[in-house]
Design a protein around this ligand. Sequence first.
Ligand SMILES: [Cu+2]
Length: 213
Amino acid sequence: MAFKRSTLAALSFAVGALALAGTSQAAPAEAYTAQLIPMNTQVTHSNTTGEARFHVNGDKLTIDIRVKNAPANIEHWQHFHGLLTSGVATCPTLGADANGDRIVDLIETEPYAGTTMVPFDMHPAAMDVAHGHYPKAAADGSYHYRQVVSLSGLSAAFAKAFQGQELNLDKRVIFIHGVPADTQLPGTVQSLGPIPASTTLPIACGKIERASH
Ligand SMILES: [Cu+2]
C-alpha cells in the first residue's frame, strides 16, 4: 500500500513537472535589448556604454541594465523615453544640439526621443521619475541594475499616465543620465523644472529593439 502510494505520488509529480515544462515552452517569451552608446563625452570625459535587456515571461518583466564608464560614485537617473504619438523614438545625435552649445541636453532630446516615461529605479511602476532611487555607479564607473516587475502592473500604470498607450518597448529609447553636481555646465544647458542640469544630462542612449531571445 505504502509503496503504491509513493509510486503514485512520484508519478503525479512527474506528470506535474511535464505539464510545467510544457507550459513554459508554450509561453510567448519576448526579449528586447538596447546597446547603450555614449553621449556628451566632452562633458563626461569618458565613453559611457552598456547594454539593457528586457525579458518578458508571462506577467514577469525582467529589466537588466549593465553600464560601464559612467561618472563614478554618483546616482544615475535612467528611464525609457518615448513619443506621445505612435511614432518610434530615436537616439539623438549632435545634430539635436539646437542652441549650439555643443551639448545635447534633456530638452534637446525631446524632438527625437520624446518624453520621460518609465524610471528604472527601485519601483518602476510607481512612475515617480523625480523622487525614485536610482543605481549608483561604483568607483570604476560601472553598475548593474536588475528589477523584476509585474508586466500587467507596469502596463496599467503606464496607460494611466499616458492616455491609454501601451508600453511598446520597441518604440522607446533608454537614457542614462547624470554627471557630478559640481560639473561646470554652460548656462545654456536646460533641464526639467527645478532639477539640476547635472542630474538630467544624458550620458548614454540606446534604441530598444526586439530580440529573438
Ligand atoms: Cu531619462
